[in-house]
Design a protein around this ligand. Structure first.
Ligand code: DLL
Length: 431
């Protein structure tokens, strides 16, 4: 078994908890002293640094939300002098103020190490050619995996996103062995590679895919079509970027780098901390970051944490695949619907991962349509076959969701492909 930092990745619970407590106490003291915004939040909650003596005191601290980040934009949460910072990254959000996160050089080194752990867990080493097709720039995907690959000592291809033909040419010519991109872009690359008859020319063995929700079924589909093992990777700009957690060979969830980021699961409506194994909103506290150490940040991501023994030997807590976001849950005709449930049905029914969910409100009633591309083979089916397939999908979705969408099968290649995060939902009701 390969690890990048075995002393941390496989540390005993006792060692880890001791280190976490020490780092938490130090962080809380530092933010209270250096960041007026935190001091105010903590004063309002009646808690002071002296109250935080160990990990057990974490729930005493106030939460931080995206609204706080907007409120404190741009410099309000900076915990070091500007002179000590060397980089910003920013979210891919399209509306309102973006979130801007700051890094010192040490912050970047730690971030790179977290991504290096992910690359090594996916089988990467010095002999690998790591093909990074996440976007570079303000988005954290490209810079994060790029830095991780450097730390591992792999040959790094800083491809960024887009220009699919060039991506595939480099993959073939340079013998890329590990592909890093969003799962939806991986699916598009797989489709194009197969169309061009180039699968046999690839040396790819693994993929590190994240930044958006994807189902287990989509993982198997990409693995089969590309002939690789696909690993999930999770992270968010506010906390550092990719590498907050990463998957190992067991492929049953992502190990959180909890020597740097403490994880809690809370009930999103009450804020109550839930016991291990409960489904709820993930909350992170950074305990080693210098420039932008968020404390009890509510991610809006929904998952389950588990400390079950992992066959890979890592002791770091595992988070499940994301089950949705508190803010991407659609409420259609009063029923809670997560896009990931729709993807699971589509993939189980042998459909392509190219789909879009369109919700609207007509005469005060919600309309709910799922458009999904046919495979090229289905395209030559008769009209009757297509209608029968649509009816089958409607009934499988009713069984999964409790409500029936209108399902429309559309011609291959008619739903726009994404090079970064795919746009799965068009909710016209908000407009
Ligand atoms: O997406 C960081 C990243 C880059 C992660 C590359 C993995 C790989 P943001 O743009 O700030 O950062 O978006 C963060 O994306 O709160 C989740 O809702 C979602 N997300 C990230 N990774 C996953 C994943 C990057 N593996 C938001 N599965 C997070 C599902 C994910 N959703």
């Amino acid at each position: 078994m390969n690890y990048y930092q075995p002393e941390m990745e496989c540390a005993s619970q006792e060692t880890l908890r001791g280190l976490q407590s020490k780092r938490l106490v130090k962080t809380v003291k530092r933010v209270y002293e250096n960041v007026g915004y935190y001091r105010k939040l903590m004063d309002e909650k009646g808690v002071e640094p002296g109250d935080i003596k160990s990990l057990d005191d974490l729930p005493k601290l106030p939460f931080l939300t995206k609204d706080n980040l907007k409120d404190a934009y741009p410099y309000g949460l900076l915990a070091v002098p500007l002179a000590d910072t060397v980089r910003i990254q920013s979210t891919s959000g399209t509306t309102g103020k973006r979130v801007v996160a700051f890094y010192t050089q040490d912050d970047i080194d730690i971030w790179d190490e977290c991504c290096a752990r992910a690359i090594v867990a996916a089988g990467g080493g010095k002999d690998d050619v790591v093909h990074v097709s996440y976007g570079y720039g303000l988005f954290t995907g490209g810079p994060g995996l790029n830095g991780g690959s450097h730390k591992v000592g792999s040959l790094t291809l800083p491809m960024s996103s887009g220009n699919t033909d060039r991506q595939i040419q480099f993959m073939c010519d340079l013998g890329s062995t590990i592909l890093c991109c969003t799962p939806s872009y991986a699916a598009f690359l797989a489709e194009t590679i197969i169309e061009q008859g180039l699968k046999g020319k690839l040396k790819l063995k693994a993929g590190i895919f994240g930044a958006e929700a994807w189902s287990e079924e989509m993982r198997r589909d990409i693995e089969e079509r590309m002939g690789i093992k696909a690993y999930d990777i999770y992270g968010l700009t506010e906390i550092t970027g990719p590498g907050v957690s990463f998957e190992c060979d067991e492929q049953t969830g992502m190990h959180i780098n909890e020597d740097h980021f403490l994880a809690e699961i809370i009930d999103p409506s009450t804020g109550e901390v839930l016991p291990e194994g409960s489904k709820g909103e993930l909350v992170f506290t950074c305990i080693t970051k210098e420039a932008f150490p968020l404390v009890r940040y509510r991610t809006r991501d929904i998952c389950v944490l588990s400390r079950n023994r992992c066959s890979c030997g890592r002791t770091l807590v595992k988070m499940s695949r994301l089950m949705g976001r508190t803010d991407d849950m659609l409420i259609i005709r009063g029923v809670n619907v997560f896009p990931s449930q729709i993807e699971t049905v589509l993939m189980n029914c042998g459909m392509t991962p190219n789909y879009q969910i369109i919700v609207d409100r007509v005469h005060h009633a919600d309309t709910f349509e799922v458009r999904v591309e046919m495979t090229p083979e289905m395209f030559s089916d008769t009209v009757r076959d297509v209608s029968a397939r649509e009816a089958e999908l409607v009934s499988s979705m009713r069984a999964m969701l409790g409500i029936s969408p209108k399902v429309t099968l559309v011609a291959p290649r008619t739903i726009a492909r994404s090079e970064g995060k795919a746009v799965r939902v068009i909710d016209k009701r908000k407009i």
